[in-house]
Design a protein around this ligand. Structure first.
Ligand code: SOE
Length: 382
């Protein structure tokens, strides 16, 4: 695994636990973790359960005791590491969004094409929330009939403070985009996963509310305005709002922001079809709400499906009904499905091609947002 911050920690949890809960055909071994600083990488290895530590990812992919490389670094290095790993004969799991640009994502897909025996997956983990797997199965089985609307929001609030420092996530060269790539990529992937086809087009607005933030001078810098710390430019969007259309005729709306006070990890979605509706809220991820429009009007209403039954996706291996799962379980399911795909020799989804599709949507959102023509000004009445 390359990188060991938040995503590295939760991926490690996935790798450590998948084989203990699911009956896997192969046993994941946490062989080596990689980070630039030797001491920190060694400490991460000990903390997260990896046997050894490396300081250069090139050394990691040269090792013949490693079959799969898990990329948990900022987007700027995804393409280089993933392509080198595939060409060195490794399977790859890459954190989302797949890359920082469409060109990089295309090169990654090309690397999978010239290495057909290698398995490559992009980490859109929320697909593996049991309630959303169930929603996808219900939509696929026609329970909602023809889809009319899908609306998705992904709201967080960790940037509301204008003195929050200028981290890598706020610079285009490291993150590719802002809330759009970080959060918007998840909801674009989910929309395409649930509707079952790629978006045909988008119309967008993006903005950057806080254009400058304190520069991270070093670990000990006091990053408050009052200390007079230098401020640097935020070069990505703070929020993205866009609509889209699917070839099937369904209309979609999306909102991604890290400026929504009180919203910590609020991914919410609703799907309306000719026969019914589904509703999901990540902050209550064991529940899926279903309105069956074919029921007699007097008795119809949204009902809560508690997605903890052994018949529900992934649940047979977990706790008795009602005992519930959480955020980390999506990564355990991701590890489980990837190991199964490696054993079966089949490409899992979301594949790098799915990741490229999301990347094309992100690029289309940025292009649309940059064009004044899609934004029609309204004159104020005086
Ligand atoms: C930060 O906004 C973040 O960690 C995302 O990068 C993740 O993909 C999401 O799962 C939680 O929030």
């Amino acid at each position: 695994m390359v990188g060991y911050a938040f995503m590295g920690a939760v991926h490690s949890q996935g790798w450590r636990t998948a084989g203990r809960v699911f009956d896997l055909p192969l046993e994941p071994q946490l062989t080596a973790v990689c980070g630039r600083n030797r001491q920190a990488a060694r400490a991460a290895a000990d903390r997260l359960g990896w046997t050894s530590a490396e300081t250069d990812w090139r050394d990691l992919i040269r090792r013949d005791d490693i079959d799969l490389v898990d990329i948990c670094t900022p987007g700027e290095s995804h393409a280089e590491i993933a392509i080198a790993a595939l060409d060195a004969g490794k399977h790859v799991l890459c954190e989302k969004p797949l890359a920082n640009t469409v060109a990089e994502a295309e090169a990654m897909v090309a690397a999978t094409a010239r290495n057909p025996g290698r398995i490559a997956m992009v980490g859109f983990n929320y697909r593996r929330t049991p309630a959303l797997s169930l929603a996808q199965a219900m939509i696929g089985a026609g329970r909602l009939g023809t889809l009319r609307h899908i609306r998705l929001t992904y709201l967080q609030d960790w940037l509301v403070d204008p003195d929050f420092p200028l981290t890598w996530r706020l610079r285009r060269e490291t993150a590719g985009s802002g809330a759009l790539g970080d959060l918007g990529s998840h909801i674009v992937d989910l929309a395409q996963f649930l509707v079952g086809e790629p978006l045909a087009g988008v119309a967008a607005l993006t903005t950057t509310f806080v254009p400058e933030r304190p520069v991270l001078a070093g670990a000990s810098a006091k990053l408050t305005a009052s200390t007079g710390v230098d401020r640097g430019q935020v070069t990505v969007d703070d929020a993205a709002l866009f609509t889209g259309r699917f070839p099937c005729g369904a209309l979609a709306s999306f909102e991604a922001t890290r400026f929504a006070h009180g919203r910590k990890n609020a991914l919410r979605l609703e799907v309306n079809g000719e026969r019914g509706s589904l509703l999901f809220d990540l902050e209550r991820l064991n529940e899926l709400h279903f309105f069956d429009g074919t029921e007699p009007g007097a008795e119809a209403g949204f009902r809560r499906i508690l997605v903890t039954e052994p018949d529900h996706p992934y649940l047979a291996a977990w706790w008795p009904p009602g005992h519930g799962l959480g955020y980390e379980h999506t990564f355990i399911h991701q590890a489980r499905d990837l190991v199964q795909a490696v054993a079966d020799g089949t490409q899992p989804s979301p594949s790098f091609t799915d990741g490229l599709q999301v990347q094309r949507v992100l690029a289309a959102v940025e292009e649309s947002a940059s064009k004044d023509s899609v934004y029609t000004p309204v004159s104020p009445s005086t």
